[in-house]
Design a protein around this ligand. Structure first.
Ligand code: ATP
Length: 374
């Protein structure tokens, strides 16, 4: 589906039914995906889901078991890495320790036989671009982690690859520097308009830098979409749970019209708008479903003993955390633990741990996913 809305833009990377098996382990399973010109696409998923293997196949460091890889339209499945017109940035930078910053950056151009005078001017340009002017004579060991990563970036960008492949490039940096470098990536991306495939297991990072993200687990591609599409309309439970916070309540549909009535396993009945049903075709009376609630969509107040209305639960606060702009509550309701986030700026904190509370939600805020069993 993502091919339709951006079909005018040309694809720089195309993966067609790409599979990689290591002995009997399927590391990447039948992945079809395209990356458009000038786009930052992140490959996101938990450790071991196959993102690095996918990236390494694009670079040519791994050979696919099945499937096809196209770069700017050409089938490169048989092309060796150095002829693929890709740049790669690694988590551990992989700089040449015995070479200066300038020589590290110049390396790709030297290999291509670019004349020295041109190399000098392009290296200066790159040094300025990644804000390392003045450090060209240093060796990698004399640089901070952030500076080393800038050298690695400059080294891969100087050859003007048609796609830049980045494997957890910020994982070795501390939080503050990581945030700073993310902004640098976005700035460089804007200035150079280079297509990027960016591997990360960090959701926050992916949400921040992606034009689109591809969410993977166990070698499978679950969903590709903009951060907003993925957050608001996750295809399945894995994606919903991996991106953002969520509480799932299971139940079964007892009425399906413009409003769906769902009997919850924990007890009680809720009413949900039809627009909140992810797959209306699959969801009919008798269907088992999983209802996804985002914590910020709940309203929470002290339970004063008033009658419980439509789309309300009662429970007691088991745990709460004050986070400055929000308060995170975990509410025990029957067998379930429900997460509720409340904006804290508008009022003083008035709900304490142990309090009885009333949680309510609007009928169009949950997302109802078909239950696919365990
Ligand atoms: P991480 O974030 O931990 O790097 P990942 O999502 O990048 O994880 P991959 O490195 O692509 O995951 O690995 C996917 C699966 O393939 C893992 O189970 C891994 O152990 C396995 N794997 C990767 N490379 C090899 C190899 N050369 N030989 C055998 N198995 C491998």
């Amino acid at each position: 589906t993502d091919a339709q809305d951006v079909s005018k833009q040309k694809n720089v990377v195309e993966l067609n039914a790409l599979t990689k098996e290591f002995q009997d382990l399927v590391a990447v399973n039948d992945v079809t995906l395209s990356v458009k010109d000038g786009e930052i696409l992140t490959l996101l998923g938990p450790s071991g889901c196959g993102k690095t293997t996918t990236l390494r196949m694009i670079a040519g460091f791994e050979t696919p078991t099945k499937g096809e890889i196209r770069l700017t339209g050409d089938d490169v499945s048989e092309t060796p890495p150095y002829k693929r017109d890709t740049g790669m940035v690694f988590q551990r930078y992989a700089l040449f320790q015995h070479m200066t910053v300038a020589d590290n950056i110049a390396f790709g151009l030297k290999m291509q036989g670019t004349p020295d005078s041109e190399i000098d001017s392009r290296v200066s340009e790159m040094l300025e671009m990644v804000k390392l002017s003045g450090l060209q004579g240093r060796y990698p060991a004399e640089l901070s982690g952030g500076q080393q990563q800038r050298v690695a970036l400059a080294r891969s960008l100087i050859i003007e690859p048609s796609v830049l492949l980045l494997d957890e490039p910020l994982a070795n940096l501390d939080k503050k520097l990581r945030e700073e470098m993310r902004m640098e990536f976005l700035r460089l991306h804007e200035e150079l308009d280079v297509t990027m495939v960016y591997v990360t297991h960090n959701q926050e990072e992916a949400l921040m830098i992606s034009d689109r993200m591809a969410v993977m687990s166990d070698g499978n591609l679950h969903q590709v979409g903009t951060p907003e599409e993925i957050y608001l309309n996750p295809n399945d439970e894995f994606v919903a749970d991996f991106i953002g916070q969520a509480t799932f309540l299971s139940g079964s549909v007892t009425d399906a019209g413009s409003i769906y009535t769902i009997e919850l396993q924990m007890g009680g009945v809720i009413e949900v708008a039809r627009s909140s049903i992810e797959s209306p075709d699959e969801t009919e009376v008798g269907s088992d479903v999983n209802v996804l609630f985002r914590p910020e969509k709940f309203h929470i107040e002290k339970h004063t003993g008033a009658d419980i209305g439509r789309n309300q639960f009662t429970g007691h606060v088991e745990e709460s955390t004050y986070l400055g702009d929000t308060i995170e509550y975990y509410v025990r309701a029957g067998n379930e633990r429900i997460q509720v986030n409340q904006q804290s700026l508008t009022q003083a904190r008035e709900i304490d741990d142990g309090d009885e509370v009333l949680i309510s939600f609007d009928e169009d805020t949950p997302l109802v996913l078909p239950s696919r069993g365990q």
